[in-house]
Design a binder for this molecule. Structure first.
Ligand code: SF4
Length: 487
């Protein structure tokens, strides 16, 4: 559509930009190329990995595509760079047929515009980053909150429709910008109300208050006692593994009982859950084991003289082995810090060795709404049913997704499994994410697919503006036959 001054109007999203010749629209995804509306980025095709071990790397531009268009195509048409159609009833930009193992298949691809989307960030650290439900901010704007911690990880829920659309214009813009950076694996700076400052980047170790996190804990304090009790037995009389959630005490723990560890009379602060397992020994923080402890002895009330003895050997250690201290009781049964004996040094090393590298994991989560589903079929609910019945496979830039049970098509994908910069945005504001639906041709017809728009894979391979990349070795091939659903 032409506008004044040779501008053309982009109709790929509700913004409907007028674009001057040689210029791009508000999202930098579409441009006016001598009066023609073009998608700026190349359309990405994935080539099947023949041998493992390769990441996503570009192929030569002059691609030998003829040899690949056979009965078992080695090329998958992703939605990255494919473009978007708007409004909803228009068919998706690419509806591609291919024969896979003698079965006619159809893949429908589009760059979906997700107003309902966000990011779940898993941050491998014991450190307390902020209270549950505390606001998470970028550039001072609230873009999400701290959610339920998981085993060895703190979790953030970022974005979502409320922050994208329900606050100020700036809140929506900053939320969208932060999500885009996280999804495209760029670092972002976040601040948690009453908590820590973070630098997060998908696939990299998190930086908490300026310190790069190195280790993900071996387990909770109780689990650590269970794992290492045998290695401590005989080398030390008592071990306390300090943990914000479950602090473990060797002599009282079942692991110590089984090994006949002598009672030591240690009295630990906090709420005793079961023998040798204590909750709430201190406040959450960035000290020992995710507590606010700087001095671990602050959680030891006393030693009962009925059971303790002068010379009793005590090891206190955190769940990552990052913090440790060794004490012996003096004649008054007071702990005196001493140098860590060699045998215990090895056990602390073993705890550290068993910690995995701390990472920040970013899952994009979005719901395939009206535009998306109507671009696939004239009867959108049938696409939802088809996905539910496992007749249709959903991928995101060729990467496997997890589709939530229940209504709609709400999916999650690990952003590190997509090619770099696979995500975009539109200033509505919303994120743009690639999504592909692959199914048997007969199933596509049955669910009311846009059959007139189906084009053979060969025609896509022959077209200009494509970029071939090798499928990431860890991802299953998106065109591999699906197991038959159980009827
Ligand atoms: S924001 Fe992008 S997709 Fe939307 S109308 Fe403008 S150029 Fe087109």
């Amino acid at each position: 559509m032409s506008g004044p001054d040779d501008k053309i109007r982009c109709d790929a999203c509700p913004v409907m930009c007028y674009i001057r010749p040689g210029m791009a629209g508000a999202c930098d995804r579409y441009a006016n190329d001598n009066g023609t509306l073009v998608r700026v980025d190349p359309h990405v095709l994935l080539d099947r990995t023949v041998m493992g071990g390769g990441g996503l790397v570009p192929f030569l531009d002059q691609h030998d595509w003829d040899a690949r268009a056979n009965a078992n195509p080695r090329t998958f048409v992703t939605a990255i760079g494919a473009g978007t159609t708007y409004p909803d009833y228009k068919p998706a930009p690419f509806i591609v047929s291919a024969e896979v193992d003698g079965i006619d298949t159809v893949t429908v691809v589009t760059e979906g515009i997700f107003s309902y989307c966000g990011v779940k960030a898993k941050i491998d650290t014991d450190r307390h980053l902020g209270a549950e439900c505390a606001a998470v901010r970028a550039e001072g704007e609230e873009i999400g909150h701290v959610t339920t911690a998981e085993y060895g990880s703190q979790m953030l829920s970022l974005g979502g429709v409320r922050h994208l659309t329900g606050g100020s214009k700036k809140e929506g813009r900053v939320t969208c910008d932060t999500l885009l950076k996280l999804c495209n694996r760029q670092p972002v700076e976040l601040a948690i109300d009453g908590g820590s400052n973070l630098i997060l980047e998908a696939g990299a170790s998190p930086i908490v208050n300026g310190t790069r996190e190195e280790r993900m804990r071996v387990g909770c304090g109780s689990a650590a006692v269970g794992m290492f009790a045998k290695q401590w037995h005989g080398n030390v009389d008592e071990v306390v593994v300090v943990d914000d959630h479950i602090t473990g005490v060797l002599s009282e723990h079942q692991a110590g009982k089984v090994l006949d560890v002598r009672e030591t009379g240690i009295r630990i602060r906090g709420r005793r859950s079961t023998p040798g397992r204590y909750f709430q020994v201190a406040e959450p923080g960035v000290g020992w084991g995710g507590t606010n402890l700087v001095d671990p002895l602050a959680i030891v009330n006393a030693f009962d003289p009925k059971h303790a003895w002068p010379g009793l050997r005590l090891l206190m250690v955190s769940t990552t082995g990052e913090h440790y201290a060794y004490f012996e009781l003096d004649a008054s049964l007071r702990p005196v810090e001493k140098e860590l004996p060699l045998a215990l040094r090895k056990s602390v090393e073993r705890i550290r060795e068993n910690c995995e590298p701390a990472l920040c994991t970013v899952l994009f989560m979005g719901g395939a709404g009206g535009s998306l589903r109507a671009g696939v079929t004239e009867n959108p609910v049938r696409l939802t049913w088809s996905v539910r019945e496992a007749l249709t496979r959903v991928t995101c830039g060729g990467a496997p997704v997890y589709v939530w049970p229940g209504g709609g098509i709400t999916f999650m994908v690990d952003v590190t499994r997509l090619p770099a910069n696979a995500f975009g945005y539109v200033p509505t504001p919303a994120l743009v994410a690639p999504i592909e639906f692959t199914m048997r041709r007969e199933d596509y017809e049955r669910l009311g697919g846009h059959m007139d728009e189906v084009r053979p894979l060969e025609t896509v391979l022959a077209a200009a503006g494509k970029r071939h990349m090798v499928q990431t070795a860890d991802n299953p091939w998106p065109l591999a036959p699906q197991p038959k659903p159980v009827s």
